[in-house]
Design a protein. Structure first.
Length: 301
């Protein structure tokens, strides 16, 4: 199983290059990440955006476009439409957000005529390479689903399991993060966590999956904390996926891991017919590159 983000590059090596359609690619940070991913043999890019700007930026950063297909389009909505259609027509394997709002791209992804809509809920999956943790940690959903109900949490977990298994593991351990370990009807997250745990026992999430909850953050990541507090757990200290109750919790944990714990990260959206690489303007170049690699890995598997 892949335990460090850098290992994704080796995992992709030798496999068929994924074709990546980039919507509104006329952005220096995005093109720099695409350049590196292309030169590393991770992807074959198709760039959709203002051709003049793409060529000018590429010249500045030394990105050779001789073998790169470019769709010249300045209208942002059209950029998103073309990129999504490339995936739905099987001309590309996955799609990436460039210089446009997330809502514009997702509107095209969910288009009933040509989009990538499935029966699944779309959810955001971030993986963190935390120096203090012994393997990659998947966090969901801190970027898309605001306050998911029980049924939505089922789909969020299912999406995260697919994204986690793409890293090469068969057994997946899921922690339903709450403020405490006891079920309290005044705390709906604890009720949902108990229901999710029971659903797992009934086979809802397939073989090799353990869902545990309610469980607090410290008990999820530290076996020692569980032992001190006398909490019996199958997954404590060895969690693969953290399911958070709301977007605020996921956003806060994720940014704390990045800014206080020096964690590296990668993020994609799952639930569509193909992975969607969705990074923030504030994300580092490294995060964008890792996200492209993660999207390629998921798309290939």
């Amino acid at each position: 199983m892949i335990k460090k983000l850098e290992e994704m590059f080796q995992a992709i090596e030798g496999s068929k290059k994924g074709v990546l359609a980039v919507a509104a690619a006329h952005d220096e940070e995005v093109l720099q990440a695409i350049k590196d991913a292309s030169e590393m043999g991770i992807v074959e890019p198709i760039l959709v955006g203002n051709k003049e700007k793409i060529e000018s930026i590429s010249k500045e950063i030394g990105f050779n476009l001789d073998s790169v297909k470019i769709f010249d389009e300045s209208d942002i909505k059209k950029c998103a439409e073309i990129a999504v259609k490339l995936v739905s027509s099987n001309e590309a394997d996955f799609v990436m957000k460039g210089l446009l709002d997330t809502s514009v791209l997702l509107k095209e992804v969910l288009n009933k005529e040509y989009g990538l809509r499935t029966s699944n809920l779309l959810s955001h999956v971030m993986i963190y390479d935390v120096p203090a943790y012994h393997k990659l940690l998947v966090l969901t959903d801190g970027g898309m689903c605001i306050a998911p109900d029980y049924n939505q949490k089922v789909q969020i977990i299912q999406n995260a399991i697919k994204a986690t298994k793409a890293l090469g593991g068969e057994d997946v351990k899921v922690a339903c993060i709450c403020a405490k370990e006891k079920v309290n009807e005044k705390m709906p997250a604890t009720v949902d966590a108990q229901m999710l745990r029971e659903a797992c026992k009934e086979g809802v999430f397939g073989e090799g999956v353990i869902v545990e909850g309610p469980i607090a953050f410290d008990l999820a990541v530290s076996k020692q904390s569980s032992e001190i507090k006398g909490f019996k757990s199958e997954i404590s200290g060895d969690v693969d996926i953290m399911l958070v109750p709301t977007i605020e919790v996921g956003n806060g944990i994720g940014k704390a891991l990045t800014y206080f714990a020096n964690s590296k990260s990668a993020g994609i959206i799952m639930g569509a017919a193909a992975p969607i690489v969705l990074t923030s303007r504030a994300d580092s170049h490294q995060t964008k590159l890792y996200s492209i690699a993660y999207g390629a890995l998921v798309a290939s598997r």
